[in-house]
Design a protein around this ligand. Structure first.
Ligand code: ADP
Ligand code: MG
Length: 729
């Protein structure tokens, strides 16, 4: 049979699990081996350099050229011992993913033409010019001066990939604007550290630093590589643009926590071994809700490191998958009708003294601190709910949000009934704060630990849920650089905490007692942030109406959602915290609109292509077979008998014609809409046109093609079907 589909199916089903050899020793033996961490530094740096560099990392001591040079030599020697020939400044441009340009270590030992030696200096380690004209920059740099530079992020360790030493860096323009995610993320983390430390000082003067923590959960689909190669839509867009639902998909819920198939198990094992080498502490792996969908989650880490690790992991996934004959789909919605993939971001703040600021305490003082941080986070989410949504919004994640299976396109906070009750009680408490003989507050805050232990009524429909000692930002997309969401969240919280501290200070300066001042401000916040609290079903229509009444952002058009980045409150927040300025924000939106346009444009082209070159020819071929059949019947039988016998074929022929005609019409209209849209010069307007006038053709085209899939002879159908893609491991 010549049909490619059958060939790839045979290939897929013949594949067996690949045997995986674990590295020698226990995980703790090889954990972090591919990273230039403390263990490696202690071995490759002089005692003096090691101490000086640790002082830079731990205490923010000044960093000079001499330390850089010495670290560079040690790092180079480690990398050479690991088999490195090249090094690269590894950075995070505004496209999702990472970028790198490899340079060999070799330099002429003497005159040009002499022998070479391996060389690496502090200068090369610390800063590199990046020909950045090929990276999106939102017009910040004109191409004639398309120079940006990358600068070493000392807080994230260098690591080895194959023969290359990768040095985590920020990417900025020569005029200083950020062209990546890491630059504003580091600034946001600094801002939240300062603001939260100031607030901690109301409770404990010993706190010197507050860390932002992130624990991401990476969801993904695995698809057999051969089958994948026969689907141009998966190949070019990462999702299926067509395909009728399988008779069985996830309705039995038999995949979730079910046994992991052998081939997949091998893949996961190897992925974990690899991840451990990069000091990514993978903790859980399991099947997800949809068939062929899985999840991997490490133990949480400091946010900057966690983001880098997620990016390293995503690229490891692709590499390891190919050794097992799989393709990893990180797209948020690769298949219609089954769950999409997210990257839940578990987020919290913790002090250098080891206190989780979102963990309820044992004493009333500890709980006042807990409530302080909890309520301030809620205020931040309330004030900036439109921005937080913009921070997770992409052309691909849009297919997931607002559907009946993923966080809705309205950002709300789930607290659970018990914690809500505690806040309600605080809100209505008497004006006077009662203090007992030990000056303890009598507001029932002390009872929080018990009620939170059993926080099991987790609301799966909430995009931002409190889960006992952290918030879980669930709206983040599986393919995203989660740094983007972390920039918005940490900046919003930083800005809010600054305001809180100022308000408390003002009250204290006016003679109010400290606890009283804190309570009064919190009470106002509890009232003001009430609109963001929602424990009900986030997917319901009633909620949409209710959210609108509450003044929450309900915008669902991606290009318009991005406007939140340049709203007065966002600009004020980003500028006051020093995270980004107006120019950077505007430039980023240009990039976002541009990316949106390109994604929809590519999908529209691929859809048109597949339909015209694969689907319609097959449908017409089948139609001719049927016509042939009808014609022959008429030759053999009398007219009445022939008519009876060919009734079924006749109606199929008609159905086919109708669907083919509708498809052609819709594709023509879509192409026309694209042409019109392409004439619009303004990026924002063009993105809106793509959203409003091009995208709407996708569904009707798909509808008719999926109908054809049900009618046309299975032997002719060219594209692997959903059941074949989803149940083929
Ligand atoms: P779930 O029930 O959502 O699957 P998991 O137990 O898989 O939860 O944990 C999800 C992530 O949350 C993990 O990465 C975990 O380390 C992380 N996490 C746990 N506590 C915190 C915290 N205090 N701050 C940030 N992340 C945390
Ligand atoms: Mg979770």
């Amino acid at each position: 049979m010549s049909n490619l589909r059958f060939k790839v199916l045979q290939e897929a089903f013949a594949k067996k699990a690949v045997a995986v050899q674990p590295p020698a020793g226990m995980v703790s033996d090889y954990y972090g081996n591919h990273v230039f961490g403390r263990k490696q530094m202690a071995r490759y740096l002089s005692a003096e350099t090691y101490r000086a560099f640790c002082n830079v990392l731990d205490n923010g001591a000044p960093f000079n050229r001499e330390i850089a040079n010495n670290v560079a030599v040690g790092m180079k020697n480690w990398a050479l011992d690991m088999g490195a020939t090249h090094y690269t400044h590894w950075f995070q441009p505004l496209t999702e993913g990472t970028a790198e340009k490899h340079d060999a270590f070799i330099e002429y030992a003497g005159q040009p033409g002499s022998d070479v030696i391996e060389e690496f200096s502090g200068k090369l380690l610390a800063q590199q010019e990046a020909d950045g004209s090929s990276f999106p920059n939102g017009g910040i740099r004109n191409t004639f001066e398309a120079r940006g530079y990358t600068a070493w992020d000392t807080s994230s360790p260098a690591f080895m990939v194959d023969d290359t030493l990768c040095i985590p860096t920020v990417f900025v323009s020569y005029t200083g604007e950020a062209l990546d995610y890491k630059t504003p993320l580091l600034k946001a983390l600094h801002a939240v550290d300062c603001a939260a430390t100031d607030v901690c000082h109301l409770f404990d003067p010993a706190v010197r630093k507050v860390y932002s923590y992130l624990g991401w959960e990476q969801e993904y689909f695995l698809v057999d590589e051969s089958i994948y190669s026969a689907r141009p839509d998966l190949l070019l867009t990462g999702r299926t643009l067509l395909g009728h639902e399988s008779a069985k998909n996830q309705q039995l819920e038999d995949h979730y926590f079910g046994a992991i198939p052998a081939r997949v198990q091998s893949f996961m094992k190897e992925l974990e071994f690899e991840a451990y080498k990069y000091a990514i502490p993978c903790k859980t792996r399991h099947n997800e809700v949809a068939p062929n969908q899985f999840e991997l989650a490490p133990i949480y880490n400091e946010t900057n490191l966690a983001v880098d690790q997620n990016l390293i992991l995503m690229s490891l996934m692709h590499k390891v998958a190919s050794r097992h004959g799989f393709k990893v789909l990180l797209h948020e919605k690769p298949f219609a009708g089954v769950n999409g993939s997210g990257k839940h971001c578990n987020w919290s703040l913790g002090t250098d003294t080891g206190v989780g600021l979102l963990t309820p305490g044992k004493t009333p003082e500890e709980n006042l601190r807990f409530v302080t941080f909890l309520v301030n986070v809620m205020m931040a989410v309330k004030k900036h709910n439109a921005l937080l949504k913009a921070s997770i919004m992409t052309a691909t994640n849009a297919h997931r949000l607002g559907a009946q299976e993923a966080p809705p396109s309205i950002i709300s906070v789930f607290l659970g009934s018990q914690l809500s009750a505690v806040l309600d009680q605080l809100e209505i408490a008497d004006k006077e704060i009662v203090l007992d003989e030990k000056r303890r507050m009598q507001l029932g805050v002390a009872h929080i630990p018990e009620v939170l232990v059993d926080n099991t009524d987790r609301n799966r429909t909430s995009p931002f849920a409190f889960t006992g000692n952290r918030f879980e930002f669930r709206a983040v997309g599986s393919s995203a650089n989660c740094g983007c969401a972390m920039i918005a969240l940490n900046t919003a919280v930083a800005s809010q905490l600054r305001e809180f501290r100022q308000e408390v200070d003002t009250r204290m300066a006016a003679g109010e007692q400290k606890e009283h001042a804190i309570f009064e401000v919190l009470r106002e916040y509890i009232r003001e942030s009430k609109a963001i609290r929602f424990d009900g079903n986030g997917y319901s229509d009633e909620w949409r109406q209710e959210a609108q009444r509450r003044g929450l952002d309900c915008e669902s058009s991606v290009p318009l959602i991005y406007d939140a980045y340049t709203s007065p409150s966002s600009v004020q927040m980003f500028e006051a915290t020093g995270v980004m300025n107006r120019t950077e924000l505007a430039a980023r939106n240009e990039v976002k609109w541009d990316t949106y346009i390109k994604k929809v444009q590519i999908e529209a082209r691929v859809l048109g292509d597949i339909v015209l070159n694969h689907i319609i020819p097959v449908a017409t071929r089948y139609q001719s077979t049927l016509l042939d059949n009808v014609y022959k019947m008429r030759q053999v039988y009398d007219i009445d008998k022939a008519r009876t016998l060919s009734a079924h074929d006749d109606s199929l022929i008609e159905e086919l014609s109708t669907h083919i005609a509708s498809i052609k019409q819709n594709v023509d209209n879509m192409v026309e809409a694209r042409k019109q849209a392409n004439h619009i010069a303004n990026e924002r307007e063009r993105a809106i046109a793509y959203h409003d006038t091009v995208l709407p053709y996708f569904d009707p085209i798909r509808y008719h093609v999926d109908k054809l899939e049900l009618i046309v002879d299975d032997e002719l159908w060219p594209l692997p079907k959903y059941r074949e893609i989803l149940f083929s491991h």
